[in-house]
Design a protein around this ligand. Structure first.
Ligand SMILES: NC(=O)c1ccc[n+]([C@@H]2O[C@H](COP(=O)([O-])OP(=O)(O)OC[C@H]3O[C@@H](n4cnc5c(N)ncnc54)[C@H](OP(=O)(O)O)[C@@H]3O)[C@@H](O)[C@H]2O)c1
Length: 261
């Protein structure tokens, strides 16, 4: 099987490094030549990665095509290409629904969406998939936790939830820089903060839904420091802001779907 990447940007690089560098994937991978420095770096790092300058050649005869250009570049990019009915097209583009993608890649009928997150480079994190397809799950399962749904409305919930990434990093950085503002050495602050957030995030992994809901309460001692901080955050409305933000992102994703009907 040959994988072709239309678009060699940040997420394609994370996926290719996850596959070839971390998961021992050895089958051929073709990448588009735009973002020349990145595509050439990948090709020099991994013998099976080949740079193809022409998108037409990249799609022709490839078994699976991964669409990894920016959402507003997808229609123009796909519109210039000819697909076959026996190919698989997997789009990583945020917010572009299956119905639109299917129009643009016709007669290819095997179209999926995926949301890989940057930590796939290190074999970590979820990869949301829609619809369910065991062979696509197997590919993404090599570099992360493949989570599939058959319903695109449910898939949009993954899309909205994935938008917390920048806020999470900002929170880690804010705690670290707050320590620095109290005259702590930056390295010491970063070492403590990153280890704390890493341990806390790791301890949520694999928790059943009920246990997940009770983790916060379980680490609160009445009258203790965690109770003080949690109460302040909830009273200030930070959880309501989180949910409202997720609703906003979801509404944006759903409006893309509506615009096709
Ligand atoms: N980054 C993430 O964490 C993430 C996660 C999940 C999904 N996604 C989705 O993945 C897609 C790519 O995101 P990204 O962050 O990787 O973006 P990016 O770094 O900006 O990469 C986009 C790439 O597409 C290339 N490109 C544009 N038009 C092209 C064309 N006609 N033919 C070939 N290549 C073309 C660009 O080349 P030039 O630089 O030459 O313009 C660039 O290399 C987006 O749709 C995004 O929604 C991203």
């Amino acid at each position: 099987m040959v994988l072709g990447f239309l678009g060699t940007g940040a997420i394609s690089e994370a996926m290719i490094r996850g596959l070839c560098g971390n998961a021992g994937y050895s089958k051929p991978i073709l990448v588009s030549g735009r973002s020349q420095a990145r595509s050439e770096r990948l090709s020099s790092d991994y013998h099976q990665v080949e740079v193809i300058t022409e998108n037409t050649l990249l799609v022709e005869k490839r078994d699976w095509v991964i669409v990894a250009v920016l959402p507003d570049q997808v229609e123009a990019t796909l519109g210039k290409l000819t697909f076959r009915s026996d190919q698989k097209v997997i789009s990583l583009a945020a917010g572009i629904p299956l119905a639109r993608l299917s129009e643009w890649v016709f007669p290819c009928m095997n179209v999926s969406r995926a949301i890989p997150m940057p930590p796939i480079e290190f074999g970590m994190g979820p990869v949301a998939l829609c619809p369910q397809d065991p062979s696509i799950e197997a590919l993404f399962g090599r570099i992360g936790t493949a989570v599939s749904v058959s319903d695109e409305e449910q898939f949009n919930l993954f899309g909205a939830a994935s938008a917390v990434m920048a806020d999470y990093f900002d929170q880690v950085a804010t705690v670290s820089s707050w320590m620095e503002s109290h005259a702590m050495e930056p390295d010491t602050a970063a070492r403590y903060t990153t280890s704390l957030y890493h341990a806390l995030a790791s301890s949520t992994l694999g928790q059943a839904p009920d246990s997940l809901q009770s983790m916060s309460a379980e680490c609160v001692t009445p009258g203790g420091l965690n109770e003080q901080f949690l109460t302040m955050c909830t009273d200030s409305g930070s959880r309501d802001t989180l949910k409202a933000g997720l609703d906003d992102v979801l509404a944006r994703l759903e409006s893309n779907a509506d615009s096709t009907s």
